[in-house]
Each structure stands twice: as structure tokens, then as C-alpha cells.
Design a protein around this ligand. Structure first.
Ligand code: ADP
Ligand code: ADP
Length: 222
């Protein structure tokens, strides 16, 4: 099973993808996390991507596409993946389609997590990540048990500079400009489902699981 979560910055993709990957035993691949790891490890890819990420711009497709495809080809992805933050452009969606085709796989469901702009701003402004593994928290909506420490691995929490100011505003504009094409692409293939992401974390999770169970029972009958 291969699933996509599509949504604006702050929509809850990472939060939900982490849960879905545990419940369904799928690998969670987040393009933003892969870039972050490349910065930490100071790889050549990290150096190339940094200036774009800091400004809130999309990293060019020729850097992004091979990075994600490489992870899909790894043995850990053989049971299926939950993709979060990729594809963000039509070219990325087409490249993903080709790659999965080569592996005799396909996207089963593309789920659009739809969240109001007001809610996105609140979520981004209170978002924290853990240093060690990018676990996600929120000052109000998902506070850690111990202040400033990750519940899972105890590492310190930090805020992303591109979650505020000009970079944050640019990310939202780019999302709304680019993603329509990606949504249309999956709608035409009858793979798109829309979930109201404005609800609580648990409610959204239940709605996502309903969509996935509904898909699986239809497939079983077909
Ligand atoms: P994305 O990966 O789409 O950018 P995140 O999963 O990082 O979004 O969520 C953005 C912020 O909002 C995080 O701080 C997260 O804890 C919080 N959050 C996620 N889902 C919800 C929700 N349903 N209700 C309230 N806050 C949420
Ligand atoms: P969010 O979780 O808030 O949606 P991400 O962590 O997915 O943001 O992405 C952070 C940054 O990494 C983006 O602003 C962009 O610079 C870069 N990035 C992530 N995914 C992609 C992608 N699919 N294509 C191009 N750039 C990307």
C-alpha cells in the first residue's frame, strides 16, 4: 500500500503520517525531514538545498526527485510508504508515478488534508521539533510531557526559522500555487480523497483510517 498525504505547511501531514505508518506498518518518508537530515550531516545535497529551504522556496526538482526516489527503492520501503511533503509539483507526481510503475506498484490513495489558513498560522507559530528525530510538538495542541524535551527520545526541542516571517508566508503562497496541479493530477486518476484537517489530531486520524479502510474493503470486493 502506498499513500500520499497532501496539505499546506502546518496541515498535520507529519503528525498523521507518523501515526499511519505505525498503524499500517508502512515506511514514513518526509521530504522536509530528508533535507533536514542532509543539513545535519552536511552532505553535498544538504549544501545545495539549504538556500532554498531557508528562504521558504521549493528545492528544484532535479535535487528533490532523485532524493525521494532513492528512499522508495530501499528495502525498508518494500511493504509500502506514506509520503509526506512529496510530490509538491506536477513533475514530481509524474516522476513518482514512473518510479512506482517500474516497481510494479502505484499510489493507492492521495489524501488531501484541508485546513483553513487561520488554523495553519496557529499551528506553524506554535510548532516545535525534536533535535534527534524530528518528532513534532505544539505549545498548545500537542505539548511535550516535560517542557522543551521530546517524549520519545528526550532530545531538546527547537523551532524552525522558516515557520515564521517572510519564509513562512512564501511557503504558504507557493503551496497554494503549485499544489492545485498535484491535486488535479490525482483527482483525474480517481485517487484523491479530501479529509477535513481542522479537527483535533485524534479526530483527523480516525477520518484518515476510515478513508483507508473504505478503500481496502472496496479493493477486496473488486
Ligand atoms: P505538516 O507536516 O503538514 O507541516 P505538522 O504535522 O508538523 O504539519 O503539524 C503542524 C503543527 O500543528 C505541529 O505543531 C503539530 O503538533 C500541530 N498539529 C498537527 N495536527 C494538529 C491538529 N489536528 N490539531 C491541532 N494541532 C495539530
Ligand atoms: P511542511 O512540513 O511545513 O509542509 P516540509 O518539512 O515538508 O514543510 O518542507 C520544508 C522545506 O523543504 C520546504 O519549504 C521546501 O524548501 C523543502 N521541500 C520539502 N519537500 C519538498 C518538495 N517535495 N519539493 C521541493 N522542496 C521541498
Amino acid at each position: 500500500m502506498d499513500i500520499l498525504l497532501i496539505g499546506a505547511p502546518g496541515a498535520g501531514k507529519g503528525t498523521q503520517a507518523e501515526k499511519l505508518s505505525q498503524l499500517l506498518a508502512l515506511r514514513h518518508i518526509a521530504s522536509g525531514d530528508l533535507f533536514h537530515k542532509a543539513f545535519e550531516d552536511q552532505t553535498e545535497l544538504g549544501l545545495k538545498a539549504r538556500s532554498y529551504v531557508d528562504l521558504g522556496e521549493l528545492v528544484p526538482d532535479e535535487i528533490t526527485i532523485p532524493m525521494v526516489i532513492r528512499h522508495i527503492e530501499e528495502p525498508e520501503s518494500v511493504q509500502g510508504v506514506v509520503l509526506d511533503g512529496f510530490p509538491r509539483t506536477l513533475a514530481q507526481a509524474q516522476a513518482l508515478n514512473e518510479e512506482l510503475g517500474r516497481l510494479t506498484r502505484q499510489i493507492d490513495l492521495a489524501i488531501h488534508l484541508k485546513v483553513s489558513r487561520e488554523e495553519l498560522l496557529q499551528r506553524l507559530s506554535g510548532r516545535y521539533f525534536c533535535q534527534a528525530n524530528q518528532h513534532v510538538y505544539h505549545t498548545k495542541f500537542r505539548p511535550p510531557k516535560v517542557a522543551d524535551r521530546c517524549d520519545v527520545d528526550g532530545s531538546k526541542l527547537y523551532q524552525r526559522p522558516d515557520d515564521a516571517g517572510e519564509a513562512m508566508r512564501r511557503r504558504l503562497v507557493i503551496y497554494f500555487n503549485q499544489t492545485t496541479q498535484v491535486l488535479d493530477y490525482y483527482r483525474e486518476q480517481r485517487k484523491l480523497r479530501v479529509v477535513d484537517g481542522n479537527q483535533s489530531i485524534d479526530q483527523v486520524q480516525n477520518m484518515l483510517m476510515n478513508e483507508i479502510n473504505d478503500y481496502m474493503s472496496r479493493e477486496a470486493k473488486a
